[in-house]
Ligand binder design. Structure first.
Ligand code: WT7
Length: 665
């Protein structure tokens, strides 16, 4: 372990930049310092390098068709299959190598799935999907937890050209129902249950409720089982549309399903994410551009090599897991680790125990997790013998202290670290250093990925000079292969949410179209970007994106509530947590029971992970003269700050009263 002396502490905390370790640089996938220039000078053709990492059935005609912005098309005319690229093409060289190592809740339970096993399972599942009439272009909604069933189902869908729409298992029945309806899925895939902190959780129940709540008529629900048989606590009613996956698989054990040759622009999957309205948006990702982009960034940014054991400790139910547990790593033919349960079950050393057991080389996590590990203390780490070469953080800004702790205690001061900024919409990393090329800077995501053109704009839509050190709106000025195609079924919303604010929407010149990320950022003199956080009504709770409007509409479901506003409160561990300010209907008194109803409404409409930190009953909400709720003022109250400018309010005494109530006087 590293030297613990005070000198080292001082050096660590004062130092602004950290060199990537020499050993790392010596073996890195990208060591050519001209890569940025090459991409800038040869845009967009340079992205062919990415596409060339894949097997194509037919070569593309054009790298980028930008004739109809913002509906850009990548590698047009090309044809390929994602499941072939993640599995079949590796069989000759590494059929016996582990593709996925799955570790269950119990340390005694694990599965090593070789590429050959994965091939067999995915083929059998693809045939099973066909048996229940899933056809090319049907959207299959999945609600699966961290079991091998999830990547197997995704890759089986990809094999037959049916876009999957995975809904994170922690989402509630209602959230699942909304997504089934939005995608109009006839077939849903779920499981009987899984383990949380060692306890079996009946997961099918959520699907039962979702089927009740959904408007769509779901024909079939494919039910995976966590154990060899249906769990005794879980029942299937006679008229239920459930079919046991195991029964179908048994019929298809030796099935071979030819991967469908998909157009590069055919959708691979949908991933719903929160925005500034009450309705989540289905980000639609294409096959060719997306797979090229995540494969290349897995190689260049995550430094994955086929012989590595790579562990991204995220959930596949979010974009991080899609891009960097499943598609990118498997496309490169590496070994990807997945773990079923929480990091502290049954003990706080569980993560490091797994890292030691499989001799993990590359480790990927979130700042929230790092803050939690830091709170638990380094003693849980020091018991285990593991040695990461490379580490990543994603999802939120990381505080320099947390970064230093990660560097020192998890990386042993000899691992390269990248802080990767990106979004569900962007498919893959957009801002991050290439680990061997640039020095690490705690708290900074770093430079743009090659070929990516970020910029900072002021609120009038004018570009702020590069490297100015001034905060503004983070935008991306040129399209990239991993970007979303559209919002599923809603091109207008795609334009409204991402383009309208900084583009000339009447123009068909791509130069006039600029992608709005929704984040604030600073571009420093060193050309490093520091991402500050969301500028819109979207919160980031433990690295999960939550729309304040979605939370507010959940609270509005409670009859006692007349009006509600949600404000984000800074939280030492989760980054941000939601505070709910609520005005009760006439005649309803604040009580624990009302509070519980509000909290349950959020859990039911969205999921437990969205649970409000505080419910604050107030007489009125701060509103402008035109009646718009000023969430910013509530946010200041939640964070113990000054109220700020209240002159535009209809009644400036309203926030003062709330403040006195929350902060005391
Ligand atoms: C939002 C996107 C990308 C996968 C996980 C989240 C924030 C993401 C960083 C980072 C600072 C970050 C942004 C972004 N974010 N990465 N490295 N530093 N902030 O995906 O749910 O689509 O959320 O997460 O605010 O807009 P997501």
């Amino acid at each position: 372990m590293p030297d613990e002396g005070p000198e080292l502490e001082a050096r660590l905390t004062e130092q602004e930049y950290f060199r990537p370790p020499t050993d790392f640089v010596g073996q890195a996938n990208v060591t050519d310092p001209d890569i940025h220039e090459r991409f800038d000078e040869n845009y967009p053709e340079a992205f062919e390098e990415y596409a060339e990492l894949l097997d194509w059935d037919e070569h593309w005609d054009e790298v980028l068709d930008d004739s109809n912005p913002p509906f850009y098309e990548w590698f047009t005319g090309g044809k390929l299959n994602a499941s072939h690229n993640c599995i079949d093409r590796h069989l000759d060289e590494r059929k016996n190598q582990a593709a996925i190592i799955w570790e269950g809740t119990d340390a005694d339970e694990s599965e090593t799935i070789t590429y050959q096993d994965l091939y067999n399972r995915v083929n059998a599942m693809a045939a099973s999907l066909q048996d229940v009439d899933v056809r090319e272009d049907d959207v299959v909604t999945c609600h699966l937890p961290m079991l091998p069933a999830l990547p197997v189902t995704m890759l089986a869908c990809a094999r037959i050209g049916a876009p999957h729409s995975e809904v994170f298992a922690g989402f509630s029945a209602q959230a699942l129902a909304d997504r089934i309806d939005s995608a109009d899925s006839d077939v849903v895939v779920t499981c009987d249950g899984y383990y949380r902190r060692g306890e079996f959780l009946n997961h099918k129940e959520k699907c039962d409720e979702a089927l009740e709540a959904a408007e769509s008529d779901v024909d079939t629900v494919l039910l995976w089982t966590r154990e060899d048989e249906l769990h005794p606590d879980v029942e299937i009613g006679e008229d239920d549309p459930y079919v046991l996956v195991d029964d179908l698989l048994a019929d298809n054990e030796r099935a071979r399903v030819d991967p469908v040759s998909r157009d590069a622009e055919d959708p691979l999957f949908l991933m719903y994410t929160s925005g500034t309205t009450g309705q989540p948006k289905g980000c639609q990702h294409r096959t060719g551009g997306y797979l090229s982009y995540v494969t290349a960034t897995s190689k260049n940014v995550l430094d994955i090599k086929p012989e590595d054991t790579y562990w991204c400790a995220a959930d596949i139910g979010w974009i991080t897991g899609h891009s960097y547990i499943v598609y990118g790593p498997l496309s490169l033919g590496t070994t990807s680790v997945m773990y079923e349960d929480t990091p502290d079950y049954p003990h706080k050393g569980r993560i490091w125990e797994i890292a030691e057991r499989y001799d993990v080389d590359i480790f990927h996590t979130s700042p929230t997790a790092v803050r939690m590990f830091m709170k638990w203390g380094e003693e849980y780490v020091q018991d285990y013998d593991f040695d990461f070469r490379h580490m990543t953080t994603v999802g939120e800004p990381i505080q320099p202290e947390a970064w230093l702790w990660y560097y020192k205690y998890i990386g042993g001061e000899d691992a390269a670290i990248v802080d990767t900024w990106w979004q569900t919409e962007t498919g893959g990393h957009l801002i991050t250093n290439l680990p061997a090329l640039d020095d690490m800077k705690p708290g900074s995501a770093g430079k743009a990925v090659p070929g990516i053109q970020p910029a900072i704009y002021d609120d009038n839509g004018d570009p702020i000079e590069p490297a100015s050190g001034r905060a503004g709106n983070l935008v991306i000025e040129k399209p990239w292969p991993g970007m979303l195609q559209t919002v599923y079924g809603n091109d207008e919303r795609f334009i409204e949410e991402y383009w309208q604010d900084f583009s000339d929407t009447d123009s068909d010149d791509p130069e006039d179209w600029v992608y709005k990320a929704g984040d604030g950022a600073v571009h420093g003199q060193d050309s490093y970007y520091r991402v500050l956080g969301r500028l819109d009504d979207v919160m980031n709770v433990a690295g999960h994106r939550l729309g304040t409007m979605e939370l507010e509409s959940a609270v509005a479901e409670v009859e006692d509530a007349a009006e509600a506003a949600v404000a984000s409160r800074e939280d030492a561990e989760k980054g941000e947590v939601p505070d709910v300010y609520v005005v009760l209907r006439d005649g309803i008194e604040p009580s624990e029971a009302v509070r519980d109803r509000i909290v349950s409404a959020v859990e039911d409409e969205i999921g437990k992970f969205a649970r409000p930190a505080n419910v604050i009953f107030c007489g009125d909400l701060p509103k402008t003269r035109s009646g718009k709720i000023m969430r910013r003022i509530l946010e200041n109250i939640s964070n113990g700050e000054e109220l700020g400018n209240t002159t535009t309010l209809r009644d400036p005494s309203v926030p003062e009263e709330i403040r006195d109530q929350v902060q005391g006087d």
